[in-house]
Design a protein around this ligand. Structure first.
Ligand SMILES: Cc1cc2nc3c(=O)[nH]c(=O)nc-3n(C[C@H](O)[C@H](O)[C@H](O)COP(=O)(O)O)c2cc1C
Length: 215
């Protein structure tokens, strides 16, 4: 009786998706992921990918309005849909709930105060997951691309959900690692919340200066 095997938890202690499939069947591939991505009721503000891209702006002032768990679930799930080298998923996401750790991260991120945002995700490289028989520097290169792309997917998901974000690349790697107690090197810190105000798009280069056509 007491020896009955408990089903494996598919999410970590302290973070449980708002809603989970009725049956947790390990034989159904991506069951939880698909469930989160397709489940409601989540207010998806924009389903037009190009409109989402056009409207995304970095936000450094967040309102105090808490971010709903269903939205956090979708933002994290979005990261898990990103392509990764060899599908080895050479990255990890640290979801920072502790106000104390957020304060340490503010310090680690060159005292940028907005790192104390409603939702803080630290994307770390995990080259040990990348099981190609390539030299270490290649595996590390894959892991940074995996982690960066995943954070980009989360950033766009946040925008689609009516949230805004700031990508933090200016940090002391060791201080971030100490704050979140990991040996994994961070690649970005993504801070998310409801924006205090919406902004117009920032100017970019003309496409003709950006694209280099080689005939
Ligand atoms: C790799 C990278 C690192 C960044 N690091 C920081 C940072 O440490 N602090 C910050 O306030 N913004 C940071 N940003 C945000 C950029 O400043 C912002 O994306 C840029 O000014 C364009 O503005 P937009 O995002 O509103 O289009 C970073 C963005 C990227 C892609």
């Amino acid at each position: 009786m007491g020896s009955e095997k408990q089903p494996e938890k598919i999410f970590p202690l302290g973070y449980e998706p708002d809603d989970i499939p009725v049956s947790d069947n390990p034989n159904i591939r991506n069951q939880l992921l698909d469930f989160i991505l397709t489940s409601g009721p989540t207010e998806v503000v924009d389903t037009d990918l190009f409109a989402v891209m056009a409207k995304r702006r970095s936000t450094r002032k967040f309102s105090d309005k808490p971010v709903e768990t269903t939205k956090v679930d979708k933002i994290i799930a979005a990261a898990d849909t990103a392509p990764t080298a060899g599908n080895f998923q050479g990255f990890e996401v640290f979801y920072i709930k502790s106000p104390k750790i957020k304060k340490l991260l503010v310090e680690a991120c060159n005292k940028q105060p907005y790192v104390d945002a409603p939702v803080v995700l630290v994307f770390c490289k995990n080259p040990s997951r990348v099981k190609f028989d390539f030299p270490d520097d290649i595996l590390k290169k894959f892991a940074i691309q995996d982690a960066t792309l995943a954070a980009g997917y989360s950033q766009l998901a946040a925008q689609a959900l009516g949230l805004s974000s700031i990508w933090i690349g200016m940090f002391d790697e060791q201080k971030v690692m100490d704050a979140i107690e990991t040996d994994l090197v961070p690649s970005s810190v993504l801070c998310i919340g409801y924006p205090e105000q919406t902004k117009f798009a920032k100017p970019r280069r003309n496409l003709k200066d950006l694209v280099h056509v080689k005939w």
